[in-house]
Write a protein that binds this ligand. Sequence first.
Ligand code: 1DF
Ligand code: MN
Length: 351
Amino acid sequence: MTQDLKTGGSQGYLRIATEEAFATRELVDIYLRMIRDGSADKGMVSLWGFYAQSPSERATLIMDRLLDLDERRIADMDATGIDKAILALTSPGVQPLLDVEEAKGVAARANDYLAQACEKHPDRFIGMGAVAPQDPEWSAREIHRGAKELGFKGIQINSHTQGRYLDEEFFDPIFRALVEVDQPLYIHPATSPDSMIGPMVEAGLDGAIFGFGVETGMHLLRLITIGIFDKYPTLQIMVGHMGEALPYWLYRLDYMHQAGVRSQRYERMKPLKKTIAAYLKSNVLVTNSGVAWEPAVKFCQQVMGEDRVMYAMDYPYQYVPQEVRDMDAMDMSAETKKKFFQTNAERWFNL
Ligand code: 1DF
Ligand code: MN
């Protein structure tokens, strides 16, 4: 069945894409400044040294599309049958910025700009806010502003912040605020910190091809194993790229986690109320960004439940119309497919 790609739901569901990126010129210019003045880490040099400076077709097309939150994006959504896009400031956001005041200003202006675009296209765009985890109390206030004044439906954090992970007590105000407003955290990949990226960047494996997933999967595991969901049982954390491979690892994760806890090998590895598998089924949501692959979608549905797997395109980094057709054509009940494309996103983002 190759149905033509149309918006409007004539195929039985709306298509809601849940990991869609935009950039502001201000932020990209800061990345370029950091690359020039030597304050960028290796990952920023690799990622933004490419997208913001390469004359290649991939880089220039992606830059143009990232910077547009208006007609061009709507036209691309129309061309691929995407009814609604859940938008977030592209990775790594303001998290690498060394001047915390500057980081907060850039994030707040990006949030205002995104809110305006969502107001202009209310039936097409939905916003997730950006925060500056460098200042967790400010981020908590920005989460409340996003939820109450800007109409945002969650926040996106691009993995580590200058090598620091969200399981540190320092970042607790962010989780408290999310639970207060009852909104999800989307942990999006970033390039690995300098302490981890060496052998990956040397082989060209630091970005979306592999490094992103390894580092982000580890980040979520750090949060699960510190007991974040015992502390905040209603918190929902989303990750893209088919759960950054954690569903595939799950059996081994649980076996070795329990072995580690029993033997008290690591001070930090304390008993949890539930198994890692159980947290994936109660507190974690995955999207298929970058993975338009039926066996992987079905595997995640089988492991986590069909209510916890959502569609994402990862525009503009993976703008591939054929992938939408392939997901439409999955051999799956109409009910399950509607959950994947539409109703799971409506439920978990509270649309
Ligand atoms: C890439 C991929 C870049 C994804 C991204 O943000 C990103 C890439 C800077 O291909 O370089 O969000 N992605 O999620 O797969
Ligand atoms: Mn992405």
